[in-house]
Ligand binder design. Structure first.
Ligand SMILES: NC(=O)c1ccc[n+]([C@@H]2O[C@H](COP(=O)([O-])OP(=O)(O)OC[C@H]3O[C@@H](n4cnc5c(N)ncnc54)[C@H](OP(=O)(O)O)[C@@H]3O)[C@@H](O)[C@H]2O)c1
Length: 281
């Protein structure tokens, strides 16, 4: 598996498996399948309510803990130094481990600087090997990274051929922050990526699907990706992307698919912000 080096020297796999919307009672089977297929990076979150399933699958897999890269995220309701610190211990308990490889602030709302202080402490204490953020759009990211003591090592954003996120790249580079793509296939119900005629026609030449081309495109941009599937055949398909390369021309033609919009979620939409704060704040 190809890896990428974070700013603190920690190496993480470039491709992993995500478990958003994987039901708690199905999660153990899915993560078990993903590990069997060869994934070694697993992305979960406190808000997915399936950290226990991830922990069970890892502990039953027989794979050494150090060979797995485990990512989880602090949810909005746990924002603030004390609550975030307690939530990290709770995540460790649910995941049945004494360290998390990468811990992210899930969304940029609430007392994120308080959460960050708790995460920095956990990092210095060895409970976490790397820390970062998620869904911090350009301006929010820049402000946060500027004032944070330890700079975020990762920003996990929606990124795929329709939502390409090139605009934030220089700001991430300035802070040596790596991009990690959620929704790399367009997410549930977003058919645009896996049904793209352009991606399918490029894939045809390599015996690959549109989904594989989309993931390969992210790999060649140096972006970490965590596709989700509950189906083992698709898990196999999504990891089988390291035996072909897209040409510069193909990379350019995919760049033209960018819709230049916020993707399926606009984190700056006041209605969404109000809803999240009222529900979880
Ligand atoms: N930080 C955040 O706020 C955030 C938000 C969303 C997601 N995430 C993370 O990112 C991960 C991936 O994002 P996502 O789950 O939203 O979307 P995604 O991985 O882009 O797409 C998942 C959807 O694509 C389908 N699919 C998977 N492989 C396929 C293939 N080869 N061909 C056709 N369809 C395929 C899946 O269906 P089946 O399962 O039926 O195969 C599912 O409906 C999540 O699981 C989560 O870990 C993070």
């Amino acid at each position: 598996m190809q890896t990428i080096k974070l700013s603190n020297g920690v190496e993480m796999p470039l491709l992993g498996y995500g478990v958003f919307k994987v039901a708690p009672d199905e999660c153990e089977r899915c993560v078990g399948d993903a590990l069997n297929v060869g994934y070694r990076l697993i992305d979960t979150a406190q808000a997915y309510f399936n950290e226990e399933g991830v922990g069970n699958a890892i502990s039953k897999s027989g794979i050494s803990r150090q060979d797995i890269f485990l990512v989880t995220k602090v949810w909005i309701s746990n924002a603030g130094e004390e609550k975030a610190a307690a939530s990290i211990d709770e995540s460790l308990r649910k995941l049945q481990t004494d360290y998390i490889d990468l811990l992210l602030i899930h969304q940029a709302y609430g007392d994120v600087f308080g959460s960050w202080r708790a995460m920095e402490k956990a990092y210095r204490a060895g409970k976490v090997r790397a820390i970062g953020v998620s869904n911090f759009q350009a301006g929010r990211f820049y402000d946060f990274a500027h004032y944070a003591d330890i700079k975020p090592m990762v920003n996990q954003l929606q990124c795929n051929p329709l939502v390409q996120q090139q605009g934030i790249e220089p700001l991430l580079a300035e802070h040596n922050t790596k991009m990690m793509a959620w929704g790399p296939l367009g997410g549930e119900g977003a058919e645009g990526v896996v049904n793209s005629e352009l991606l399918a026609s490029i894939g045809k030449g390599y015996g690959k699907t549109a989904a594989q081309v989309a993931l390969r495109w992210l790999m060649q941009r140096g972006i970490i990706a965590i596709p989700k599937s509950t189906h083992i055949e698709r898990m196999r398909q999504n990891i089988d992307i390291f035996d072909f390369s897209l040409t510069d021309e193909e990379m350019k033609s995919i760049a033209a698919l960018n819709r230049h919009d916020t993707g399926t979620v606009d984190f700056g939409d006041p209605k969404l912000v109000k809803f999240l704060i009222e529900t979880y704040g």
